[in-house]
Design a protein around this ligand. Structure first.
Ligand SMILES: C[S@@+](CC[C@H](N)C(=O)[O-])C[C@H]1O[C@@H](n2cnc3c(N)ncnc32)[C@H](O)[C@@H]1O
Length: 206
């Protein structure tokens, strides 16, 4: 039987330890695998942020920045003050080499708090990080702690995890309790080379 590739292994992850172990191994060839399959979510999320945030000096946290593909799209959209955090130090080392982040730090969003002050960011992106065994929906509470009231948050995720429903249920509860305002859910390409579609969800902290 053929060995599973990393895209397949990613769907089998159960917790942060398994995710860290896989991304530490994937880091070396992650960019090749993703760009080789025309990964679209970074650009789609940067465009969604651009529609909400015109100040290019605003402080943005790229949550689960990985090797920095999501940060590159923000940088190319003109944003100049981007911080990044991730579970995997091997992924962070790749991001560091790009010289586009003003700060990078290791974190596990499933065991908050992470090392960043309350209401200290003007916007936040989380591209490809809400998924099976990755960042869990309850972590949205920690993301809301980090951003200033009125700030946009952009989550890009694939169809499979969107349809699983726990993230959208969490967001619905936050809308219901008056903590966030939903702006949009946009369907489109995620990783076209893998025939994978996905969603860009945009909301604001109230
Ligand atoms: C599919 S990659 C996306 C990376 C980057 N945002 C991109 O678009 O290329 C998922 C990233 O989420 C990180 N991650 C997974 N679980 C995490 C957690 N609990 N806390 C922080 N980062 C996590 C992984 O280490 C990995 O770098």
């Amino acid at each position: 039987m053929a060995e599973k590739n990393y895209f397949e292994i990613a769907y089998t992850l159960k917790n942060s330890d398994e995710a860290r172990e896989m991304y530490d191994r994937w880091a070396e060839v992650y960019d090749r695998d993703l760009t080789g399959n025309e990964y679209q979510q970074p650009v789609r999320c940067a465009e969604a942020l651009n529609a909400q945030l015109t100040d290019k000096n605003a402080k943005i946290l790229d949550v689960g920045c990985g090797t920095g593909l999501s940060g590159v799209a923000l940088h190319e959209a003109g944003y100049k003050n981007i911080e990044g955090c991730d579970l995997s130090t091997a992924m962070l080392e790749k991001a560091e080499a790009l010289n586009i982040y003003s700060r990078l730090f290791a974190c596990d969003l499933n065991t908050p708090p992470i090392d960043i002050k309350d209401s200290s960011c003007d916007a936040l992106t989380a591209v490809g990080v809400f998924s099976f065994g990755h960042i869990m929906p309850e972590a949205v509470d920690e993301l809301l702690r980090i951003v200033k009231p009125g700030s946009p948050l952009i989550i890009g995720l694939n169809d499979h995890y969107y349809q699983e429903g726990t993230l959208t249920a969490k967001l619905d509860r936050l809308v219901g309790s008056g903590k966030i305002e939903m702006i949009s859910h946009e369907h489109g390409e995620h990783i076209p080379g893998n025939d994978l579609l996905g969603w860009v969800i945009t909301f604001k902290k109230i």
